[in-house]
Design a binder for this molecule. Structure first.
Ligand code: ADP
Ligand code: MN
Ligand code: MN
Ligand code: MN
Length: 336
């Protein structure tokens, strides 16, 4: 039977790239990545090429079933330029993790957004709900908004085989989180992007959009959205040494600017030192410290300094490929 392959890629918009996709019909499709041919698209419509030489190439890199479509597959792609080299918008190609030694768990926060009121779900038209406090991990129609969308998304992600580890209602009204973990930085990024794609598409059927901006309610007293990056490699998982952890954590200190550059647009609005964040200009780390740039989870200390770290600075709109690529570069730069 003819299969529907949804080729998904990231456009060239700056500072924040968006998802694009189109459908390819393949007869007698095996379901395997190696049987997904390269394809092309009009890069002049996505800010990825000039009109006179518009073709960009889609290189399939990750495939999973599309649970919402008959004979459907979701095919995450890298973008190559017409010469077949990684396009400058291609963050995945920056990841130096060929042996999949790096494990990443991303905590993706986002707002469910009502396009009519231009406010999160749960915000009355022309006003505000009660202050933050009751919404985090809440239940009940006064405090939890949009659960039908969130539940449908969770089921579809699991049916697609994505490694979602959990979901929760977040601190602001209409704000939610899902967590995805993968052994291998590229795969973690692929899964986050496919999960974002599915959430956007499910939102269409509810007339609800997904707001990935890190501070959609501006300076009001509402939390922003992050995408905490939990990471480890063999060294971090087996260090059994506080000193090794300190050396790796210190390797992040001189490259704050390089990290913030890829941690998502407008992050200065979110990393204020309030609302469980560190100031964008500082660099700090600490055990269990949710006001630090990098938190050392208690788990890591209890295991005798073997485990993982949590960089709390990446925001909800950051590209997980670029975040992972930069973290890997810095961890590898540590002189142990
Ligand atoms: P919190 O909200 O307390 O920061 P979460 O439970 O939401 O924590 O997220 C913790 C994340 O850490 C999960 O995505 C999990 O997969 C990830 N994680 C756990 N162990 C490791 C590890 N060894 N390497 C990388 N990530 C890990
Ligand atoms: Mn979390
Ligand atoms: Mn959270
Ligand atoms: Mn976290």
């Amino acid at each position: 039977m003819a299969a529907k392959l949804e080729y998904i890629w990231l456009d060239g918009y700056k500072p924040t790239q968006s998802l694009r996709s189109k459908t390819k019909i393949e007869a007698d499709f095996s379901g395997k990545l190696e049987d997904c041919p390269n394809w092309s698209f009009d890069g002049s419509s996505t800010e990825q090429a000039p009109g006179g030489s518009s073709d960009c190439i889609l290189k399939p890199v990750f495939i999973c079933p599309d649970p919402q479509r008959k004979e459907g597959y979701l095919v995450m792609c890298e973008v190559l330029n017409s010469a077949g080299e990684p396009h400058e918008s291609n963050g995945r190609a920056l990841i130096q993790d060929d042996d999949n030694d790096f494990w990443f768990g991303f905590e993706q926060e986002y707002f469910l957004w009502d396009p009519e009121t231009n406010k999160p779900l749960g915000f009355p038209a022309g006003g505000y709900p009660g202050p933050q406090g009751p919404y985090y991990c809440s239940v009940g129609a006064n405090n939890a908004f949009g659960r039908d969308i969130v539940e449908e998304h969770l089921d579809v992600c699991l049916d697609a085989g994505l490694n979602v580890e959990g979901i929760n209602a977040e601190v602001a009204a209409g704000q939610w989180e899902f967590q995805i973990f993968a052994k291998g930085a590229k795969e973690a990024g692929d899964q986050i992007w496919v999960a974002r794609y599915l959430l956007e598409r499910i939102g269409e059927t509810y007339g609800v959009s997904i707001n990935w901006h890190c501070k959609p309610l501006g300076t009001l007293d509402w939390n922003g959205s992050g995408m905490h990056a939990n990471f480890s490699n063999t060294v971090l998982r087996t260090a059994a040494s506080e000193e090794t952890y300190k050396k790796i954590l210190e390797a992040f200190r001189p490259v704050v600017k390089e990290h913030i550059e890829v941690y998502g647009a407008d992050n200065e609005l979110r990393l204020t030192g309030k609302h469980e964040t560190a100031s964008i200009n500082d660099y700090s780390y600490g055990v269990s410290d949710r006001g630090a740039s990098i938190r050392i989870p208690l788990y890591t200390v209890q295991k005798g300094w073997s485990g993982y770290l949590e960089d709390r600075r990446p925001n909800s709109a950051a590209d997980p490929y670029k975040v992972a690529a930069r973290i890997i570069k810095t961890v590898k730069s540590a002189v142990l």
